[in-house]
Design a protein around this ligand. Structure first.
Ligand code: G6P
Length: 607
């Protein structure tokens, strides 16, 4: 959601801002805008509800300036229209502001400004900032921004330009990421690395409560009281090509196929074969503290929540610790009881999801211990937790999570192994699981190699208006994640159910028009699952069965997908991979924009 870019240097800013904004499109947005500032030409603003390419097409011929800021907006205060799009300006058109986050006291500030005779053009919270900066009597732009922020309550990442200070942009961070990119006689700023890496990989991350001044020749960071924070830029060790879809028709396709390599990365250096355990240095817990854990509570949203349910099963099975997962978006609102001997686990690809971040803050406020399973290094959740496991998936751009989700599962397996081995999990079982984890990347590759066969099944499923995904126990979160993937990119109604619960309701809906994707691993529940398949088939329901080679489905008519066998505890992730491919090819058949599904955002930074 909402993205910020900025540039000061020797080139024309507008094309660079547009390019930067197009790199943020995947985050989800409904409107976009840019402002440029020339040494003499003053401030110019262009913004509209629509796509970045519409904005580019709409830019006037003379839209020059060697400093500029840009924004993609996800509407929160007021509808998505041209006026509410950022940048926002003051009445005289001197100040331009782009802002991510939410100003909690915007209503009071709007009233105060209106009472003072200020005309507010938009419905947004952000606009008050432009007026506050313009009305400040401080001499410097830095002073004016600090002055404005002193009356603001809420979260922000923001960038401000002022016609009287055409050589600079002032940026500030409080709860919403801002990264400065250092170039040669030019400087960039963005809310997401994806917008910077084409230009530079030398970056500085601002901390909450920090501001920075950016000019063509460099940047300085400081606190609101004016003290310098001496933040230095560092050269990132990243593969810039990871931020490009390359040959692939979409990022989701690229990211699905990257899963074997990503899985190897999350395992690297984390398997202790001698003692049959995990080696997770980042947890910041010694054996005694690890043993003292009596319960594990996992929190995440969307796919991170469903993989959290898979993680809870792993923890219960391997470590024999009671564990459950809950949607972080619900948790905070029921005044949760925080227990000192519970380990809380926050799961998030982006590390920015506001519901998850707020849940973490609530737990820590009440004295609980939280660890993170996070992909984006240095993200808000990663900074907030007591320790954690970085996922090392590489950048994930597509809204539908694939390689990050797989690495979340593996992260849970490592955690369960480590927690299990300080309890009752035997060294033999530990070694058995390590061998299983080592086999996983190759087996994921095997599943992906069957893409074309899966695509043929997906093309048939795409015809259905409504589908069921069913599974039991370990297979149920797999069904939930499968339904989630399918609905988010194909826009078909896909509902997950426990196979055992079919007869208590949904069986009434089974018909030749409603296919069921059933998860039937070769485990202790296989016979019962197969019984349910017959009940579905008897009602004419078309079936796709994800199972293991050798499972005798008793002649039930179905399309069969066999995944490789691993240790039973690790089955869920191998059963999940084909469901990603089914969702992907169904969406492709239906001609949807796979990486940017309607109404959804990659990082949901609002409640
Ligand atoms: C959004 C995305 C989902 C994602 C969820 C959690 O809703 O559309 O695909 O699973 O956020 O994101 P996170 O970055 O916290 O893993």
């Amino acid at each position: 959601m909402c993205g910020i870019v900025g540039y000061v240097g020797t080139q024309q800013a507008a094309p660079l801002l547009i390019e930067g904004l197009s790199r943020l499109e995947h985050r989800g947005y409904d409107s976009a805008g840019v402002a440029v500032l020339g040494q003499t030409a003053g401030l110019k603003v262009a913004k509209l509800a629509g796509r970045v390419r519409d904005l580019d097409d709409s830019l006037p011929k003379r839209f020059s300036g060697r400093a500029g800021i840009g924004h993609t907006r996800w509407a929160t205060h007021g509808p998505a229209n041209d006026v509410n799009a950022h940048p926002h300006i003051d009445g005289k058109g001197q100040v331009a502001v782009v802002h991510n986050g939410i100003i909690d006291n915007a209503a009071a500030l709007r009233t105060r400004l209106t009472d003072d005779g200020v005309d507010l053009a938009s419905d947004t919270d952000t606009e008050v900032l432009a007026h506050l900066v313009a009305r400040s009597e401080e001499d410097t732009l830095e002073g004016k921004v600090v002055d404005a922020l002193s009356v603001i309550e809420g979260t922000y990442g923001l960038a401000v330009m002022h016609a009287d200070f055409p050589d600079r942009i002032v940026v500030a961070r409080n709860g919403s990421p801002l990264i400065i990119g250092v170039g040669d006689k030019e400087m960039h700023v963005a809310s997401d690395l994806a917008a910077l890496v084409r230009y530079t990989t030398t970056v500085a991350h601002l901390d909450d409560g920090e501001l920075a001044t950016i000019t063509a020749s460099g940047f300085t960071t400081f606190r609101p009281d004016g003290t310098a924070t001496q933040r230095a830029a560092t050269l990132l060790d990243i593969d810039v090509s990871e931020y490009d879809a390359g040959e692939h028709e979409s990022y989701m396709h690229k990211e699905m196929l990257e899963q074997p390599a990503a899985a190897e990365r999350v395992l690297r250096g984390r398997l202790d074969e001698r003692f049959g355990t995990g080696h997770l240095g980042g947890l910041n817990m010694d054996a005694r503290e690890t043993r003292a854990i009596r319960r594990v509570k996992i929190l995440g949203c969307g796919s991170a929540y469903y993989v959290g349910q898979m993680g809870a099963s792993l923890l219960e099975e391997l470590a024999r610790i009671p564990a459950d997962a809950e949607a972080a978006s619900e948790f905070r609102y029921r005044n949760p009881i925080i227990e000192p001997d519970t380990l809380y686990v926050a799961v998030s690809q982006s590390g920015e999801t506001l519901d998850t971040l707020l849940a973490v803050q609530e737990i820590r406020r009440k004295g609980g211990r939280v660890i993170g399973l996070v992909n984006v290094v240095g993200s808000a959740i990663a900074r907030e937790v007591d320790g954690g496991i970085y996922l090392h998936s590489g950048p994930e751009v597509a809204v539908a999570s694939t390689k990050a989700l797989t690495n979340m599962f593996i992260g849970f397996a490592l955690l369960a192994l480590q927690l299990g081995r300080v309890r009752d999990l035997s060294i033999a079982d530990g070694k058995r699981l390590i061998a299983g984890l080592t086999r996983l990347p190759g087996q994921i590759e095997e599943v992906l190699a069957a893409e074309q066969d899966l695509a043929a099944i997906a093309r048939d499923l795409a015809d259905a208006e409504s589908l069921f995904f069913v599974g039991r126990v370990r297979g149920f979160p797999v069904a939930r994640e499968g339904a989630q993937k399918f609905k988010e990119i194909s826009y078909r109604h896909a509902e997950a159910y426990q196979t055992s619960e079919l007869k208590h309701g949904p069986l009434a809906l089974i018909s030749p028009e409603v296919p069921t994707v059933a998860i039937v691993p070769d485990d202790e529940l296989a016979d019962r699952n197969i019984g349910a398949l017959h009940e579905i088939a008897a009602r004419g329901g078309p079936l796709v069965v994800v199972t293991h080679a050798g499972v005798d489905l008793g002649g039930v008519p179905c399309r069969r997908i066999d995944v490789p066998r691993n240790e039973r505890e690790l089955d869920p992730i191998l059963l999940t991979i084909p469901l990603q491919v089914l969702a992907y090819h169904a969406a492709l058949t239906l001609g949807h924009d796979i990486d940017k599904p309607r109404n959804l955002a990659k990082s949901v930074t609002v409640e």
